[in-house]
Design a protein around this ligand. Sequence first.
Ligand code: UDP
Length: 469
Amino acid sequence: MASTTTTDSKPHAVCIPYPLQGHVKPMLKLAQLLHSLGFYITFVNTDFIHDRLLKAASITCFADFRFESFPDGLPPCSDDSSQDGYLLSEACHSNFLDPLRSLVARLGSRHGDISCPPVTCIIADGMMPFTITIAEQIGVPGMLLWPTSVCAFMALKYHHLLKEKELVPVPEGQLDSIVEWIPGLKDVRVRDLPLVHAPNGLSPMREAAQAFKASGIIFNSFNTLEQDLLDAISSMYPSVYAIGPLQMLLNSTSSGGEHPESVIGSSSIWKEEAQCLQWLHSKEPNSVVYISFGSRVTMTQQQLLEFAWGICNSNYPFLWVIRPDLVKGRSARLPPELLETIEGRGFIVSWCPQEQVLDHPSVRVFITHCGWNSTVESISAGMPMICWPCHCDQPINCRYSCRKWGIGMEMGNGIERDAVEKLVREVMERGEKLKQRAVEWKKLAEEATSGNSGSSSMNLKKLVEALLG
Ligand code: UDP
C-alpha cells in the first residue's frame, strides 16, 4: 500500500479475538501484519482481557492501531487465573453481539462518535461467527481467524457424523479405530478427535458448522504442513487463507515494510518473567528441557509431582512454566525436598516469553500440551516435542505432530515419573531423527513465509485483496 496513505483514507480492520490468551495472541499478530501493510486497526477485547494486557505491560497503542473494550457480563475473576471456559462461552453467545454491533456503529461512520476511518472489514475469531452478521449489515467483508490447526477444524466440521456413525458415546473398542470419513484427514484415531473427551463442550463444532458463511477463513498454518486438508476445504469453499506461521510472516513482512515500529508487544495476559532468558544463556547448547502447558490446561497435584520428579530424575536442566492456576482448585507448589534437589538445575516461572525460549539455542525439547499456538511456535523454532495433550484440538495436533510431521513423541494418558524420565532421556539422548524433522519443518515454514513467493506470503496478498473488496 502507498506510503503516502493518510490515516483517514486507510482501510480499517476491526479485529475481535475470543477472550482467551491462545486466541488473543494470534489475532494480535494478524492485526500487526495488516497494520504493517497499511491498515488502520481497531482491536476489540473484553474489559477483562484488556485490563490484563495492560497490567502485564503487553501492548502499546499507536495512532492508527487502537484498542477498544467492552464488558463480558461475567463476575470478576482473580488476576492470577483464567475465566471459566463454559461461562465464557455462554457469555460470548448471549452478551457479545449487541455491544460489538454498537461499537462498530460508533467507529468512523456518519453516526459514529469515535474518530477514525470508516470500517472496511471485520475479522473475528472462529468461535464468534455471529460477527459475520455485523459485517453484512454494514456491507463489508466479515472473515474468521480459526484458532486451531486445519486438521482440528475439519474434525470439528464433520463432528456431526460421529452420531450418525454411532460413535457417541464411543463404544468399547472403537477408540483406536481409524477415522476414514473426514476429507483430507489421514491416520487419525477416534480417540484423537476434538471433543471425544469433552462431550459437554459442544460449542466449537457448532461454530465450525457456520464457518463457511464467512467471507473468508484464515488459518495460522501453511500449505506444505496441511496440504491435504487445505485442498479438501478449498474444494468446498474457496476463500481459505493459510498464512502461518504468523510470527514468521510478521518478521518477514515488517522487516521490509512500511511500519517496522508496529510491534505491539508480547500479547501475554500474564507478566513475562524474562530473567529466564538470562538463565538459559548460562546453559550449554541443546541441554535444557522446556515445559509449558499453555494458558488453560490444569492438572492434579499428583500429576504435577509425577512430572516434577520425572523431569528432575532425568538430570537435565529445565525451565518450567507453572502458572499459579495450573493445579485445579489450589495454588500450584512443589515440595521443599524437590526444590532443594533441583536447585541451580531447574528454573520455574509463572509465565515466560515462550517464542524467545523456544528459539534459544540451549533448549533441546519442548514438553507441551499441543495447543495450536505452541505447536506452530515449536515448528517455527525447529523444536522437537514431547506431547501431553488433554482436550479439544490438542489430541489431534499431537497425532499429526507425532505421526505425520514426525516431530513429537506422545506421553501416555497416565503420568508416571519413571515414564516421564524415560521419555525425556530418549529425546535428549536419542532424538536426532525428531530434531532433524523439526529443523526440516522449520525450513519449510521459512520458505512459506519468505519474500513474495512463499505460499503464506502469497496467501496474505490474496487475503488483503479480498479484505479491500
Ligand atoms: N505462552 C507464553 N508464555 C508461557 C506459556 C505460553 O507466551 O509461559 C503462550 C504461547 O507462546 C502460546 C500461548 O501462550 O502462544 C498458548 O497458546 P496455545 O494455543 O499453545 O495453548 P492454550 O493456552 O490456548 O491452551
